[in-house]
Structure formats: C-alpha cells, structure tokens
Write a protein that binds this ligand. Structure first.
Ligand code: HEC
Ligand code: HEC
Length: 257
C-alpha cells in the first residue's frame, strides 16, 4: 500500500514537471552539471561550442523548432523525427540541466543577414532559376529529395551553407545518402527510404518510391556523393552571395513541426 502511494506520488510529480513551462534548473551550478551531460550525450553532433559538428548550430538563439524552454525541452527529450537528432530518453531533471548549459552557448548572431554582402531578393530569383525547389521544400512547397530548407538560416552558418552549395559531397546527412541499385530494368539512383533482409525501398530522382526484392538486385551501392550537384563554377561569386543572403534570411520555422 505504502509502496503504491509512493509510485503515485512520483508519477504525479514527474507528470507535473512535464507541464512546466520554464526551466527550474538555471543556476550556474546547474549549467556546469549540464555541461558534463552535454559532453557525454551531445558533443559528437553539436560540438562543445555548439557551432561545429554535423548537428545544427546551437550557438545562436535562433531555433527552427522553437526557442522557449518548453519547446526546447521537447526537442531534446523527444528528438526530431525524420532527422538525426535522437531523443534523450532520460529523466526530466537531466534534460533541464542540459538545457541550462545549452542556454550558455546562445550568443546573439554576430552579424545580421542584412549586413552581409548579397541581395536576398536576387537570391530568391537565383533559387528559382537554379531549380533548387526541385529537391528542397521551403515553406509550403518544393521537393523532398533533399532536406527541408525552411528555417535553414537559423540552423546553419553562412560558411556551412556555402560549403553545402559548392561541395555537397563533403558532408552528407545520413538520411540523404545516395544509394544506387542495378535493377532488372536498369540502374536506379536515389535516397534510401527503408531496407530489410528481403526488400529495398528508395526514392528515385523523380521522387517516385521504388521497391525491390533483394533477390532481383545485383548489388546496392552507396556512392560517396550527394544527389545534389555542386554549384561551383555555375554561380558567379556575386550570385553566390545573393543566394547565401536569401538562405540566411530563412530564419523562421514557418509552422515546421
Ligand atoms: C546523432 C547526432 C545528434 C546528437 C547526438 C544530438 N543532436 Fe541535436 N540535432 C542533430 C541534428 C541533425 C539536428 C537538426 C535537425 C533538423 O532540424 O534538421 C539537431 C537539432 C537540435 C536542436 C534544435 C535546434 C533548432 O534549430 O531548433 C536542439 C536544441 C538540439 N539538437 C540539442 C541537442 C542536445 C542538447 C543533444 C544532447 C542531449 C543533442 N542535440 C544530441 C543531431 C544530433
Ligand atoms: C537533385 C536534387 C538537389 C538539387 C537540385 C539541389 N539540392 Fe541541395 N541538397 C540535396 C540533397 C540530397 C542534400 C543532402 C545531402 C547533402 O548534404 O549533400 C542537399 C543539401 C543541401 C543543403 C544543406 C542542408 C542542411 O540541412 O545542411 C543546402 C543548404 C542546399 N542543399 C541548398 C541547395 C540550393 C541553394 C540549391 C539550388 C542552387 C540546391 N540545394 C539544389 C539535393 C538537391
């Protein structure tokens, strides 16, 4: 009986904490503790400074998935489905302490997009002219072969964006790795959606979902290049600046989950 009561109390307390809108752990000591946890769970993808690694940039206060304590609690605890951001299945206190440390990383962006060279309006035209939307969603529309670029200006620095455009093969998010299969009907290239011992499902370059039985495939290769072409040489330096200014200005989540 006593034990049950205790379980009920603990459950109620933790359910109560989840309703909390503000981080109860905000002292410098909490941030120190959070730093230790961050070093263990997060550093590989986000870097100790929150600015390096393959995860999104945490070193600015801009967030694609919401910047309130409650929203960030949810992001850290549950992860972001469909991306490499895993959920941290830990108790709430741990999540809050990590958040206390993440807050110390947030430095106001050194430069506003408007202060950088380039004209975002012209960048928008170049985005259309180079058919970036064929593979990328921005706001409500666009393709799905590449990552959603809604809010990308909050998630990536200008240098990272430049590298993505000029050198797309250099770092490819796991979910967007190219796969190529020799099928009875010819070679098909695309992005791997799902595979198991018997089947392979991929999205081909026309965004069609193709499913194959493994026994019909000679081999499934993973060529180390992106489906995204490099725009090195295809964009004049001034055009690249314009395009970067346009992407930099994409800083609001626009209803993204
Ligand atoms: C395996 C790599 C990986 C690990 C480990 C990881 N993250 Fe992430 N994280 C990502 C990626 C990738 C994104 C960007 C997802 C997107 O928006 O496309 C992200 C996004 C985020 C965001 C949202 C940023 C925004 O703009 O809204 C926060 C906050 C965050 N991570 C914090 C953490 C914390 C804290 C930890 C450790 C508990 C952690 N991450 C561990 C890869 C990782
Ligand atoms: C044929 C499809 C395709 C086209 C066209 C394309 N991309 Fe991509 N893009 C991808 C894929 C796939 C990835 C993810 C793999 C990688 O990083 O290279 C990507 C990645 C990116 C990233 C990195 C996103 C992130 O989360 O860090 C940016 C930025 C980007 N593309 C911008 C552009 C711009 C700007 C254009 C037009 C000038 C463009 N892309 C044209 C397929 C495409």
């Amino acid at each position: 009986m006593g034990k049950h009561l205790l379980v009920v109390i603990v459950f109620t307390l933790s359910a109560g904490a989840q309703q909390q809108d503000e981080n109860p752990y905000r002292s410098p000591q909490d941030a120190v503790e959070g730093r230790r946890l961050y070093r263990f769970y997060c550093v590989n993808c986000h870097g100790m400074d929150g600015a390096s690694g393959r995860g999104t940039r945490l070193a600015s206060p801009l967030r694609r998935h919401g910047s309130s304590d409650r929203e960030m609690f949810r992001t850290i605890a549950n992860g972001i489905p469909g991306t490499e951001m895993p959920g941290l299945w830990m108790d709430e206190d741990t999540v809050w302490k990590i958040l206390a440390f993440v807050r110390t990383l947030e430095k106001p962006s050194a430069v506003a997009c408007e202060d950088m060279p380039g004209d975002a309006g012209r960048g928008r035209e170049l985005y259309a002219r180079h058919a970036c939307a064929r593979c990328h969603t921005l706001g409500m529309s666009g393709g799905r072969l590449g990552p959603d670029l809604t809010g990308i200006g909050a998630a990536r620095s200008r240098d990272q964006l430049r590298e993505s455009i000029l050198d797309p093969d250099r770092e490819i998010a796991k979910r967007y790795r190219t796969v190529a299969a020799n099928t009875p009907g010819g070679r098909v290239e695309g992005i791997l959606l799902r595979e198991d011992d018997y089947t392979v499902h991929l999205m081909d370059a026309r965004e069609e979902i193709r499913s194959f039985s493994r026994k019909d495939l000679q081999r499934v290769e993973r060529p180390p290049r992106s489906l995204m072409p490099s725009y090195r040489g295809a964009l004049a330096p001034a055009d690249l600046d314009d395009l970067l200014s346009f992407l930099c200005a994409q800083r609001s989540a626009g209803g993204r989950p």
